[in-house]
Every structure is written in C-alpha cells, then in structure tokens.
Design a protein around this ligand. Structure first.
Ligand SMILES: [Zn+2]
Length: 678
C-alpha cells in the first residue's frame, strides 16, 4: 500500500472519531431559540447521524412549508432562558391496537453541581398504574378528581434497554427505590450506577428503549377510544438541586415517587420528539411542531421541538378539529394558539381561543413575557375527562367535551391551565414539596383574569367555609390526609392567603409582589421562603409572624363575639342601654377590623377594632336606643376567618342573658350572605 491512500484513511478515521466523540456537544448547538431557528441556515450534520437514532438533528429545525410553521415569527435574540440541564431526543410510536407506546430516547444530562455524580435517578411515572399496590393507587384509592380506576386502568412503563453511547449495558444495574414510603411495590423511581462518574459541568448520554402500556385514560394519562393523552410517559431524569436552589445547602437529587396527591418537579431541558402515528391522526405536543412527513404504510411522523421547558406531553386523535390564531400583546411577543378540538365543541372554538388570549394578555402585561412561540389547547372527548384540566409546558388540556353548552367552567379551566404556564411552567417550583406555590398562585391568577375578562367574581365566603381542616401550606403533597384535604389547602387556603396579603398591602403593591416574584424566580425553582423575601422586600417589613401562622402554620384568623352583657338604667330622666361587649380573636392577625352596632331604630354605628393592639377587646357602649345586632367584619373581608358563625350576636333585651342566634337562623343568614356576594 502506498503511503498517500494510507494517510487519507488515517485522516478519514480521525475525522469520523472526532465527529462521533463531539456529537453530544453538537447536539447542544442544534437547540437555538425557537424564534430564530428558522432564520438560521440549516447545518449539515447528516454524516454523523448514521450511527445515531433515527431523529436527525437538522429535522429538529422547522423547515418552510411544514404544517403550521410560522415564518413570520418575531425575531428575538437566541437567549437561553433556563439552565438546560437535560437534552431529550425521543422518538415514540403509537401501537394503536394495543394502546401502547414504543419509545427510544437519547438523554444528555449535564452535571449542574460542584460535586461528581455517580448514580442516576429516573422517574418512570407511568408505573403509578402498574398495580393496585403502587403508592399512587394506594394513596388515591384508585380515584382522582371524581375519576375512578377500572379494570382497564392498569398501565406501566418498562425499560427494554439502557446503555451508554458506546453500547455498554446498564440495565442489570437498575434498582427501584421508594424514598418516600419504602413501598416495595412501587416502581415509579429507578436508579442505577453510572459506568463513568459525571464530573461537574460534564455530561453523560444515555440511550434508553422503553415500552408504555397506556391505561384507559385515568389520572392525566391514557387512551379513550381513539384519543391518546401522553403525560408523564417517558423515562425522565430526576431534578438535581444545586446549592442555593430552593435554599438547599447540600446539592443532590430531589427524588419523589408518583403520589396520589402530587404533581411533579424537573429540571429545565430541551426536547426534540418525533411522534409516529397513523396517518389520519392529528398530534398536539409541547413546543413547536417542526416537521410532519408521511412515512408510508399509512403512518406519519410529527416532530416537535421545545426549549426551556421541563416536561413534554402530547395528545393525538383522528377526530381533532384544529384551529389556529396568532396573538401578540404587551408581554406577548408573538404566539400561535393552536386548538385541538373534540368535534362536539366545534362551535365553541372562539370561546377557547378568546379565553386563552385573555389569559396570555393579562399574564404578559402583569407578570412578564410569555417567551414561547406556541400554546396548544387540547379538548379531550366526552368520557376522557381523566386527561382533562391539566397543564404541561406550552400545552394544556381543558375539561372533556361532555356538554355541548358549557358555562364558564370552559373559560375558567382554560384560564387556570394557561396561568400554570407562569407558575408551574416558568417559575417551576417543586410541586412534590410545595404544591401551593403552583396551585394557589394559579388559582389566584385565574381569579384575577376571569374577573378582569369576564366579570366573573369568586365568593370567598363560600370558599372559606370549605376550609374544614387547615394545614400548613409548605408540606409534602402526600402528607395531606386525602385529596380533599390537599385541595382545600393547596388550592383554596393558599389562594385565600394570597388574597389576604393583597387586602393588607393593597392591589397595587400585590401586583408588584407577584411581578417581582415571577421576574426574580422564573426558571429558578424557588421555595416558599424566597416568596416571603419578595413580599418583605417590596413591603419593607417583616412577614415572619404572618407566614409562621398562615403559611408554615395552619392557623385561621377566627374573630368572635364572645359575650354581650347589658343593663338598663335611668339617667337624667332618660333610659340608657349599656352593653359590655367581649370580642376575641382566636388567632392573631394585625389589622383594623370594623364592628357594626345595629340599633333597633335601623341605624348602624361602625367601630374599629385594632387587632394589633389587643387579642381580646372589652368595650362598653351606651345608647338611648337598644342595640339589636353586633357584627364583626360585616363586609367579610377577613378571608382567613373560616368560622363565620361567631361573627354575629343578637343583643336581646330585656333579658340580661344574651343568646347567640340559633344555628338555623345563623345558617340562613350565612346562606343569604353567600348569595348576596356571589
Ligand atoms: Zn391547577
């Protein structure tokens, strides 16, 4: 062999080795901003694809002429909004007859910490449906939000292959752990020792083959007839917390199982996902749809790309009717709203889109920019409500299309789920450990938006009366007694606390607090204490005692009329009625509360009770006209008073014994007040 061809072969081999070795890094460069992506010349990386998975990098980019791609999307700088700890390159194919998904993924995880990592932790959420003995099924009793498990609710995810890029098999190393409850029958968290430890800043790429058996739709995921909702469906790397994130002082994995009352928590990532489905299906997914191609044999491939998100979900159905609407507004630089509608709701398309625009307009203006180029809304068919009312990054599901003529629950659900894009989606708190930072903030925001856009107000008195068992808000989700206990605290009490803070500081200051919290912590995974610091920074005062009572503690702010004593006497020829009134606050709040004394001649005198001064107040009132009623907080502004029964007392004469109004009358009064303020 002459030396010249020999040199060519050596150089050629070196180039191939170099390309393969640097492939994971090239991958990173493929993820440009979704806005500028299309404007970039397509990089030619095909040569190095042959040894990789089918998804080719250039296909991750939108190309002109594909379904729904908007080449007029605004051009903004390609900024990295989050620390993109993970890159997922997934292909998944629906086996529609068997209701299964066949998946293969390449995951590149970059160690964000300062310590070397030797073990990986992977969520296999779909194993929540593995058996009645999974932690999720045991805790939920097979029920979630009125949805009941049936014999078709079994589902699972199975790892078929787990290897390094070099092909070293790690599957025999996999163990299942249950850090929260030591349940040996729970398979929702897997761990394995890596072949090579990952030093800080270094990356590891894993290749995983997996198979998902979809349950009949239940608790957010599954199939219903032809409809498929894939949420929490792929092997997903656990969150790795660095020092300072959520105030942690020791870096490490934050790992929890799939619980009856818990949602999720992950690091921000980049996703390129190819979904293979029958040709006649329409597929909705997180992020932007970058490519659709028919691949023959009656099947097609739909590719999605998303960055700065921490999850990926998709839904599909042959029946979806699609609508699109472009929208821009203050704080919304340009978004394509994509509606995937069950045909029952064909005539309601405008209502869905209007609700989504109302939400985005409010959120963008008041909190900050919606940075993504798409927002997809999936309306599940009747019967598939288990998939309904759920948030995923840039993709939300509404209530199922059960009724042809829905009331405001349609708008309310859209607004609620779109609001999640800011809290769950971008602020991205740990939903396992501090669910209120998502659900209460979302419920608060939903309330503002629906009031603003539709004039629909909430009845806080009815809501407060639902509070039967106040519990701390910063609590692991599975430690609440049951779903009602979780919901009444995490959604409702949390929202009432935020509204109460708003009452104390005023609407303008509260807007500043919410905006500042969003701006400071978007893409940062904050904790409750960091929200408290924002409240303190904006109001320039300590909120420790308030948070101790109502956020970290479970106190209510119960105000009560304990007793009214009276006597009647003559003075200078006049009859004088004298009342000695004892008020009590069963838990401390610090503000001035009005007290109305309602006289028998119909007149009312308003007094103020400054709660910061006295826990109990004894005061004496003299008048020439008898008092008929005394009411504390007559406008019911104290949102954390869950017992209204003791806020009223009749001051009866001539008996010196004063009775509380009987419970029936009281309930009627309460009910009337509720109707009034609805
Ligand atoms: Zn929610």
């Amino acid at each position: 062999m002459s030396s010249k061809p020999f040199k060519f072969i050596i150089v050629g081999l070196l180039i191939v080795v170099f390309l393969i070795a640097t492939w994971p890094y090239q991958f990173q460069h493929a993820w440009q901003s979704s806005y500028t992506y299309a404007l970039e010349p397509i990089q030619s990386l095909q040569n190095i694809q042959s040894t990789m998975l089918q998804p080719t990098l250039n296909e991750a980019k939108p190309s002109n002429g594909t379904f729904n791609y908007d080449s007029t999307a605004p051009s903004i700088p390609a900024v990295k909004l989050s620390e993109r700890v993970v890159e997922y390159n997934i292909q998944v194919s629906l086996r529609e007859e068997e209701h299964m998904l066949d998946g293969e993924e390449l995951i590149t995880w970059t160690n964000p910490g300062k310590e070397t990592v030797t073990d990986m932790y992977v969520h296999l959420y779909a194993n929540a449906f593995h058996s009645p003995d999974s932690t999720f099924m045991k805790e939920s009793g097979g029920q979630l939000r009125g949805d009941k498990a049936t014999d078709k609710s079994e589902g699972s995810i199975k790892l078929l292959n787990l290897e390094t890029l070099e092909g070293e098999n790690m599957l025999p190393r996999v163990k299942y752990i249950s850090p929260d409850d030591q349940n040996n029958n729970d398979y929702t968290v897997a761990t394995f020792r890596l072949i090579e430890p990952v030093a800080p800043g270094e990356s590891v790429t894993l290749r995983i083959k997996f198979e998902v058996t979809l349950p009949q739709v239940f608790a957010r995921m599954g199939y219903y007839e032809d409809f498929v909702m894939a949420g929490q469906w792929f092997p997903k790397i656990a969150a790795y917390e660095t020092v300072g994130t959520r105030n942690v002082t020791k870096e490490g994995w934050n790992i929890h199982q799939y619980h009856g009352n818990s949602e999720f928590y992950s690091d921000f990532a980049v996703y390129s996902v190819k979904v293979y489905a029958p040709e006649n299906y329409t597929v909705a997914g997180t992020g932007m749809q970058t490519k659709v191609s028919n691949i023959g044999q009656g099947r097609k491939m739909v590719q999605f790309y998303a960055e700065d998100v921490h999850d990926f979900a998709f839904a599909m159905s042959p029946n979806f009717i699609t609508h699109e609407s472009s929208f821009s507004h203050e704080g919304v630089p340009g978004v394509k709203i994509k509606l995937y509608l069950d045909p029952t709701h064909e005539q309601l398309a405008e209502r869905y889109i209007h609700a989504a625009k109302s939400a985005l307009a409010y959120l963008g203006k008041n909190y900050g920019a919606y940075p993504y180029s798409t927002l997809s809304i999936v309306v599940p068919p009747a019967g598939a409500n288990g998939a309904g009312g759920m948030e995923y990054p840039t993709l939300v599901t509404t209530l199922a299309a059960e009724s042809a003529n829905p009331k405001y629950e349609l708008e309310r659900t859209v607004i609620h789920e779109v609001s999640h894009q800011y809290w769950y989606g971008m602020v991205a708190n740990n939903e396992f450990e501090e669910a209120w930072l998502d659900e209460a903030f979302t419920s608060y925001t939903e309330e503002k938006i629906i009031e603003n856009a539709y004039g629909v107000t909430s009845n806080h008195r009815i809501e407060a009366s639902f509070m039967t068992n106040p519990a701390p808000l910063q609590l692991n989700a599975w430690l609440y007694k049951d779903h009602n206990h979780y919901a009444e605290n995490v959604y409702l009490r949390g929202k009432l606390v935020l509204l109460d803070i708003e009452d104390i500081v005023g609407r303008d200051v509260m807007s500043k607090i919410m905006r500042s919290y969003f701006q400071t912590y978007k893409f940062k995974h904050p904790t409750t204490q960091q929200f408290q610091r924002v409240v303190e920074n904006i109001t320039k005062q300590s909120w420790q005692s308030y948070f101790d009572k109502f956020v970290y503690g479970n106190e209510s702010a119960d105000l009560a009329i304990q007793n009214i004593e009276n006597r009647v006497f003559e003075e200078q020829g006049k009859t004088i009625y004298e009342y000695t009134i004892l008020l009590d606050q069963n838990s401390g709040i610090s503000r001035s509360i009005p007290i109305d004394l309602v006289y028998e001649d119909g007149s009312t005198v308003r007094k103020q009770w400054d709660l910061s001064d006295e826990a109990k107040l004894h005061f004496v009132e003299r008048s020439e006209v008898p008092i008929s009623w005394i009411k504390i907080d007559p406008e019911q502004n104290n949102k954390l008073d869950y017992h209204l029964n003791n806020n009223f007392m009749r001051a009866e004469l001539p008996n010196t014994e004063v009775k509380r109004v009987n419970i029936v009358t009281e309930s009627i009064i309460d009910y009337a007040l509720r109707l009034f303020s609805w």
